[in-house]
Structures are given as structure tokens and as C-alpha cells.
Design a protein around this ligand. Structure first.
Ligand SMILES: Cc1ncc(COP(=O)(O)O)c(C=O)c1O
Length: 255
């Protein structure tokens, strides 16, 4: 049975209710986080809580709990869930994208403050529909002919042995996975740059990856119907995945 924390109470999911007049429900006036849990260890807890705090500040909402109180609530939820691997108090369901996915490019039709992890996701949902209609799994978004991010992911490319991802600004969500991938690559001596990526560079990249907490690192093997690289997940992606999985194996809540 899934247990959730709502307004100071731990409740079975089916008993958790919000008012139909709730501002988040009516206006989409809210922010959120999704924290994966592996082997009962919360993945990048401090980073997620810091991003939540930044999102709350951006929407003029007081954080109701201190970081330590959040930690206690989240650890309690993890303990009460029967599964070892979890997401949103439920078993973590992972799709196998290790053979790569198809993606399409779309105009970034979202608003100007994409660094806030807002619950108002209609543009992203519509972009994912657009991708699905073209038989693709993700939409890679472009603003003024430069890559911003995916509809629900960050974007990386590999160009002649160098990994590149757009810099953090208001156009992208500062992805927890993105930051970790950069940290791990640099720590292993693989060149990685936070730099603007043009449409031309995207379509001619040797490899394209997208990252998110639940998807981890996913290779894109086809973009707008054209093959990327040799049409199979690239060598650099394989290296990045090995490093990432090694990190997950050794992680504790404190790292
Ligand atoms: C728009 C957007 N960008 C990037 C990400 C990836 O962020 P993270 O790695 O923290 O899951 C997400 C995740 O949901 C997202 O919705």
C-alpha cells in the first residue's frame, strides 16, 4: 500500500485528498520534485531539496519544512514503502531504452522561466504528444535555433570526443542527472562543456543523449527521421552509463 505525506500526516494514498479549490489544482500554482530511490537510498537528496527550495522561492511560496525535516519525512516514506527501488512512494518502473530512442525537434513553446520545476506542464505534455504522433519518444526543443532541453529531460551531444550540453539559464531546468553526468564525466577525465548548441550542431552530432532522474542517460539514435551516428547507442554513451551505474551502486543518501 502506497503511503504519502500530506499537510503533516502520513496517509494511505487513497485517503489523501486536496480541495477542488486548491490553487495548485485550479491555477497550476505549484512546484514539485521527483526523487528516485535505489536500494532504499534516496538519489541526490540534498540536490533535489535545494532545487525544491529554489523553485518555492521563485513562486513566492514559503518552504514549509527545513531541509532536515524534509529528510526525516522522506526517509519515513522510503521506510514505509515495501519496494527497494521507488519513485513518488511507488515502485520505480523503468522502461528499457538501452537500444536508443527516436526523437524529434520542436519549437520550444514554453514560458520564460523554465528553471522553475513548475507543475504547470501543459506545453510539455503537448510537445510529447507531437513527438508521439511522429512515432518518437522525446521532443528536443529549440529556441532561436539553439537547443534548450527535452520536453522532460536535458540534452547532451558528443562532437569529436567532446561532450556538450547547454549552459544553465532560465531556458532549462537545472537537471539533477545533468549535473551529475557532468561531474562524473569530468571526474573521469572525459572532456565535457556547458556551451550553447545550435540546430546544425545537434543534427550533425556523433551522439545525442537525453537525461532525467527516472530515465537516467538515454541515447537518441534517430532525430527527425535521420540516423544519428551509426544508428546504435554510441561508445561515449556506453562509457557514461558505466560510470553512472557505478556511482549508483556505491551511493548513499549523503552523496
Ligand atoms: C523539462 C525538464 N528538463 C529536465 C529534466 C531532468 O531533470 P532531472 O535530471 O532532475 O530529473 C526534467 C525532469 O523531469 C524536466 O521535466
Amino acid at each position: 500500500m502506497a503511503i504519502v505525506y500530506l499537510n503533516g500526516e502520513f496517509l494511505p494514498l487513497e485517503d489523501a485528498r486536496i480541495s477542488v479549490l486548491d490553487r495548485g489544482f485550479i491555477f497550476g500554482d505549484g512546484v514539485y520534485e521527483v526523487l528516485p530511490v535505489y536500494r532504499r537510498q534516496i538519489f541526490r537528496l540534498n540536490e533535489h531539496l535545494n532545487r525544491l527550495d529554489n523553485s518555492l522561492t521563485s513562486i513566492h511560496m514559503l518552504n514549509p519544512l527545513t531541509l532536515e525535516q524534509w529528510r526525516v519525512v522522506l526517509m519515513t516514506l522510503v521506510e514505509r514503502c515495501p519496494e527497494d527501488n521507488q519513485s513518488m512512494c511507488k515502485p520505480l518502473i523503468k522502461c528499457d531504452y538501452s537500444n536508443g530512442i527516436r526523437a524529434v525537434t520542436c519549437e520550444d513553446i514554453r514560458w520564460k522561466w523554465c528553471h522553475i520545476k513548475a507543475i504547470t506542464l501543459l506545453p510539455s505534455v503537448l510537445l510529447r504528444y507531437e513527438a508521439a504522433e511522429k512515432d518518437a519518444t522525446e521532443a528536443i526543443l529549440l529556441k532561436d535555433d539553439f537547443v534548450t532541453e527535452g520536453a522532460a529531460s536535458n540534452v547532451f551531444i558528443v562532437q569529436q570526443g567532446v561532450v556538450k550540453t547547454p549552459p544553465k539559464d532560465d531556458n532549462i531546468l537545472p537537471g539533477i542527472t545533468r549535473d551529475l553526468v557532468i561531474e562524473l564525466l569530468i571526474g573521469t577525465g572525459i572532456p565535457c562543456r556547458e556551451i550553447k548548441i545550435s540546430r546544425k550542431e545537434l543534427v550533425s552530432a556523433d551522439e545525442i543523449w537525453i537525461t532525467s532522474s527516472t530515465w537516467e542517460i538515454v541515447p537518441v539514435i534517430e532525430l527527425d527521421g535521420k540516423t544519428i551516428g551509426n544508428g546504435r547507442p554510441g561508445k561515449m554513451w556506453g562509457k557514461a552509463m558505466d560510470i553512472y551505474q557505478e556511482f549508483k551502486k556505491n551511493m548513499t543518501v549523503s552523496n
